[in-house]
Ligand binder design. Structure first.
Ligand code: ATP
Length: 264
């Protein structure tokens, strides 16, 4: 079991940010975590990474129950690609150095790296279509290029769980499609880590994400096979807005019904 969250709640100032959340992710399953702004996605990710603790309930990640294991050790097996990570990196480092620093999840390359590590970093840049960017300073890269480099950095430590937190934010439609194809290809690799893809947009759910958790107001609205959930009636209830769903090639597109709309 990669993630085992059982009846978890997180309360702050008499407010229930997460409310009785249960979620199980098996090894090799790729999940999409879908929810609107403020639904609790980041809170849940912070919990999975051991940065916050449940007020109630139990959580275990990669077979380790929280409270019985060194969380710093656990985090070495989790790759987390997020915008907040981007802000912490040194922009003057090259794409190659950024990927290499993922070996020990450090900001900057401080530890002694071996030739095999350098070779792996180069291979990762290649497989992510970024070989020509290796010597470019990170701050000169486009948003789409940065996301690829960050995914390379996360993969450098061969994580068992890879969390992609809204990786398409700020990408144009072509950069987005290109990144999504890369994620799909990554999922189909033999040694792929279990992936959790976090988003607000159903069109980003690639066919490899066969399971989806719908999070609404801090609670699980549904956790099921993606195909089952991509249904107009279900999603209209989830978004509180009448929506139309169009499905093509294993993907789904949402439009709001009617010329004008308001929340149900
Ligand atoms: N430390 C905190 N104290 C009080 N409220 C918090 C705290 N952290 C988060 N919240 C609240 O919990 C709710 C869920 O926040 P969270 O960041 O988890 O949502 P999200 O689904 O990641 O949203 P977004 O898609 O906008 O990033 C929000 O209403 C937020 O204001």
């Amino acid at each position: 079991m990669v993630i085992d969250i059982s009846h978890v709640s997180w309360e702050r100032e008499n407010d229930s940010i997460l409310n009785d959340v249960s979620w199980r992710v098996e090894n090799g399953e790729h999940w999409c975590l879908l929810g609107l702004n403020g639904s609790g996605k980041t809170t849940l990710l912070n919990m999975i990474n051991g940065y916050i603790w449940p007020t109630k309930g139990k959580i275990s990640v990669l077979g380790h129950a929280f409270g019985e294991y060194d969380l710093r050790e656990l985090r070495k097996s989790i790759g987390w690609v997020s915008t907040s990570l981007q802000q912490r990196l040194y922009g003057s480092e090259t794409a190659f150095q950024i990927v290499l620093s993922g070996k020990y999840s450090t900001i900057g390359v401080y530890d002694r790296m071996e030739d095999a590590d350098r070779e792996r970093a180069r291979q990762l840049l290649c497989s992510l279509g970024c070989e020509s960017l290796a010597d470019r300073a990170y701050h000169t890269l486009s948003q789409g290029e940065r996301q690829r480099v960050l995914i390379g950095r996360a993969l450098m430590s061969s994580p068992k769980l890879l969390i992609l937190d809204e990786p398409c934010t700020g990408l144009d439609v072509f950069a987005r499609e290109s990144l999504l194809s890369m994620v799909e290809a990554l999922a189909n690799e033999e040694q792929a880590p279990t992936m959790v893809y976090v988003t607000h947009h159903i069109e980003e759910i690639m066919p490899c994400f066969k399971h989806t958790l719908l999070l609404k107001d801090g609670a699980v609205f549904a956790a099921d096979a993606t195909e089952k959930l991509m249904d107009a009636e279900r999603l209209s209830a989830f978004f509180d807005v009448p929506v139309h769903i169009e499905s093509r090639g294993g993907r789904h597109w949402l439009s709001v019904k009617g010329e004008t709309w308001r929340r149900i």
